[in-house]
Design a protein around this ligand. Structure first.
Ligand SMILES: Cc1ncc(COP(=O)(O)O)c(C=O)c1O
Length: 484
């Protein structure tokens, strides 16, 4: 008798069947090309670049990045990619770096390196602006490092150097600044923060995950970009994602260190088990070489002139968007972005941002909801890329229509009843089936997230995290499907 395994056919299927099936599965995904999804995806709008990346990825599909002595090609590729990023960002050919799978991994490794450089500190802490990316909180939890989040200037959303300095203690192992912050697109005062950190003998990491491969080209296009890279005294490490404004496929980031000893502290080695001696530069051990090869190919095919043009186009799109938003009653740009990342907010209680996100999505543009936190207002996020210039008028039209639609529907009641209902449950105990049954009451449905966002926004941060993890669990359970 044969046993049926869901997801595994008893007998192999013809390969030709699969692309159609995959296409059907992705039919409800947000579009990854064309700039209508203003988060998650970065489109260079260049089919030749995409094709080069795809070919390079496939050429290295079977290579295992686990062992650079077995596959010296990955050392050659990584040295070129890290060297390109280092020389553009204030370092040189000899600047030590690591190619990682993404911003979060770069940040995890930067925090690990800082922690492990100070083994004498039993309860290590990192000082970050309250606007720092969630990856620092993840690093804190994974690595048992306390994250001290320092309030930012409520008007500019920039870190306040004196407040950052005041938060440093004898347990501090790292000070962080963003260039720019994801949420508001503003560059922290890196020069002051790094100088103060250096004065205290502390390392300073610049999170340039989103901005590292954007800001230099914006500066060339005439934008005022404050100093943020390794050329700034006191900056000891920097993360720069190539799968964002490097326009490389996902799985590509570079972590740079000013000094070799700090990079050593990011590494991991273990020869205390009976198998092969393990020595890794990254969290992953066995890993595909595809993302590295694709990032390398993307850099080669775009070249400095390609990035310069994409930077110019993204900047033009951002300026047009900001000017256009100014003419939409009730909407405003939060702060004054230094990059091509923009957060839209409102002071108008009648304009529910979560409904606005759903309405804009219904008109073909995805804007990413950002919850209010630590006294900072809620917003809708847009990252403008090289292709956004072509669609910015359509985006502004969609926003205008969406605002009118939200206003026409009238004010939205706060989720008082749902909050009371949730109050009766211990969120950690709530099982998937029960939560799946509650979600429709929160207004959750295909492409309708307003209710869930409203509920999350109304909850205190710890409960948000609990509910969000419960929600993820439900999403991967069979219960939502059964309801639909
Ligand atoms: C400033 C910043 N840091 C870190 C990250 C995390 O990057 P990833 O999603 O590649 O892990 C992001 C992602 O948007 C970011 O914008």
């Amino acid at each position: 008798m044969t046993t049926a395994h869901p997801g595994l056919p008893q007998f192999g299927r013809p390969a030709e069947e699969l692309p159609d099936q995959l296409r059907a599965m992705t039919a409800h995904d947000l579009p990854t090309r064309g700039g209508r999804t203003t988060a998650y995806t970065y489109d260079a709008g260049r089919p030749d670049v995409r094709e080069a990346a795809e070919r390079a990825y496939l050429a290295m599909l079977d290579v295992n990045g686990l062992d650079p002595t077995a596959f010296p090609s990955i050392v050659a590729l990584e040295r070129q990619v890290v060297g390109a990023v280092a020389t553009r960002l204030g370092g040189d050919d000899g600047t030590p770096g690591i190619f990682t799978s993404g911003g979060t991994e770069s940040i995890l490794l930067a925090v690990k390196a800082a922690r492990d450089c100070r083994p004498e500190i039993a309860e290590p802490e990192i000082v970050v602006p309250a606007t720092a990316h969630a990856a620092f909180f993840k690093a804190g939890r994974y690595l048992k490092v306390k994250v001290v989040a320092v309030p930012v200037d409520p008007g500019t959303f920039r870190a306040v150097p004196t407040a950052m300095a005041a938060a440093c203690t004898s347990n501090t192992v790292l000070v962080v600044a963003s260039a720019p912050s994801y949420a508001h697109g503003v560059v922290d005062p890196v020069t002051e923060i790094a100088a103060d950190a250096a004065g205290r003998g502390l390392p300073c990491h610049v999170d340039a995950c989103v901005g590292g491969w954007l800001l230099p080209w914006l500066a060339e296009a005439g934008a005022a970009v404050p100093g943020f890279d390794l050329s700034v005294p006191g900056v000891t490490s920097l993360s720069c994602d190539l799968h964002k404004f490097g326009y490389a496929p996902k799985g590509a980031s570079v972590l740079l260190f000013r000094d070799r000893p700090m990079r050593l502290a990011a590494y991991f080695a273990c020869a205390q088990w009976p198998g092969y001696p393990v020595v890794n530069s990254t969290v992953q051990s066995s890993k595909g070489a595809g993302p590295l090869a694709a990032a390398w190919a993307t850099l080669q095919v775009l070249g400095a002139d390609g990035y310069r043009e994409l930077g110019r186009a993204a900047l033009t799109a951002t300026r047009r968007l900001i000017a256009g938003v100014d003419t939409i009653d009730g909407l405003r740009v939060l702060g004054s972005p230094d990059a091509t990342l923009v957060a839209l907010g409102t002071d108008d209680a009648a304009l529910d941002l979560w409904e606005l996100a759903d309405e804009t999505r219904a008109r073909g543009f995805f804007l990413q909801p950002q919850l209010s936190v630590a006294g900072l207002p809620a917003g809708l996020h847009l990252t403008l890329t090289g292709v956004s210039e072509l669609g910015v008028d359509g985006l502004l039209d969609a926003l205008r229509e969406a605002v009118a639609a939200v206003r026409a529907r009238g004010p939205v009641a706060p989720p008082t009843e749902l909050l009371a209902l949730l109050d009766q449950f211990d969120l950690t105990d709530l099982d998937d089936a029960t939560l799946a049954a509650l979600l429709p009451a929160a207004g959750f449905g295909p492409a309708r997230m307003a209710g869930v966002n409203r509920l999350l926004d109304a909850l205190p941060p710890e409960l948000r995290d609990q509910l969000a993890t419960r929600f993820l669990s439900v999403l991967y359970s069979p219960y939502l499907e059964q309801q639909n």
